[in-house]
Design a protein around this ligand. Sequence first.
Ligand code: NAG
Ligand code: NAG
Length: 431
Amino acid sequence: MSLDRKNRIKHAAFRRILHVVVVALLGVLLLFFLWRTGSVYHITWDSDEVDEGIVQHTALVSIEKSGLPKQTKLSVSLEKRNWLPPRNLDLFPNLAEDHITLVLYVHNRPQYLKVVVESLSKVEGIGETLLIVSHDGYFEEMNKIVKSIRFCQVKQIFAPYSPHLFPNSFPGVSPGDCQQKDDPSKKHCKGNPDQYGNHRSPKIVSLKHHWWWMMNTVWDGLKETRQHSGHILFIEEDHFIFPNAYRNIQLLTKLKAQKCSDCYAANLAPSDVNSRGEGWASLIAEKIGNIGYAFNRTVWRKIHSRAREFCFFDDYNWDITMWATVYPSFGGPVYTLRGPRASAAHFGKCGLHQGQGEQGACIDNGSVNIAIEEVDRITNVNSDWEVHIYKRQSGYQAGFKGWGGWGDMRDHQLCLDFAKMYYLGSTPLPG
Ligand SMILES: *[C@@H]1O[C@H](CO)[C@@H](O)[C@H](O)[C@H]1NC(C)=O
Ligand SMILES: *[C@@H]1O[C@H](CO)[C@@H](O)[C@H](O)[C@H]1NC(C)=O
């Protein structure tokens, strides 16, 4: 062996040792940083066979925050499913470049969900995008309906901290919790009453928790969407979606940038849930409604930066919380852009709202009384229209004190923890 060669081997060995030392040092630094920020990662390999044909080796990155409640078995197993890839990749291998992701959030009304899914199956362009269904609780019938979808990529996620998954611990009811108007000092029970003296009800707080968990997870957690640069459209299990909804929302999100500088979102329907629109030849800017709303990551960052306002406001409704605290905190008008004719409709059970007659969309016997006309099948928003703005709209706004139901410090903390799940300090985790 020549001297030169020996030297080179020695040199290479030294470099390898140096490499190991540097990597180890970096590892120690990283651990120290994670420890300081209170998060520790467990990266495990999971090869469960879940669902027909989808056998995946999924790298699960689960983040344990000391604040999050201890999970039940069901909660853990459902959370694992959140990291599975979408279904129907064989039928729809690619998403369109400019797609708007759809997120449908549901609880447990299978007869409603069937109607919504049926309506989605007829939406023009749906095959170009990914549909995420976010479940609050686990219900076999709901699961079945979602699994039967074949018209686009579908990803199912389950809120792992849904009160419905915790039969005898927080976020469900835990032994020793105060009920209704109990006085904690007299009854020696756990809990903080809301501003009206009432204690938490898991069934009632579950909606706001689900919405907030879902927003954080979709924007900052899921591999499929945390890099998504476009808009995400949110709908619920009782929103009937018209065939032109997807094309309309694509156009509206483009027009909002050009025509309405105070529009943070685009909507499929008027904020007044009983209205189907004015039928004018104009676009409309108004307060953000909760039927079919779409916004982008810039707006999400703004909402996320108001996590404390969202989590501490004593109202169990996520939408009222947004109107009364989050949007007003943006410091200027906050509008959404929509067309003059609804392309989604909220429906309920027929005959529940007396005095409304047959006007309200409703469902009976598994079918819904919404008539689809020709204009609802094709894009019916015109790029040349002006924008009509509703400046002073009635409804919840800054100053409203809230309906209560959200006074328990444990709920405030869980909500804040959701906002931190996918963050290291103040920056989102890298994709
Ligand atoms: C997202 O939407 C907001 C509000 O419409 C807009 O100001 C912003 O430029 C958009 N961001 C991107 C990255 O398009
Ligand atoms: C459901 O609809 C069918 C046919 O339209 C009718 O015969 C039946 O009585 C309905 N059931 C209920 C519970 O309304």
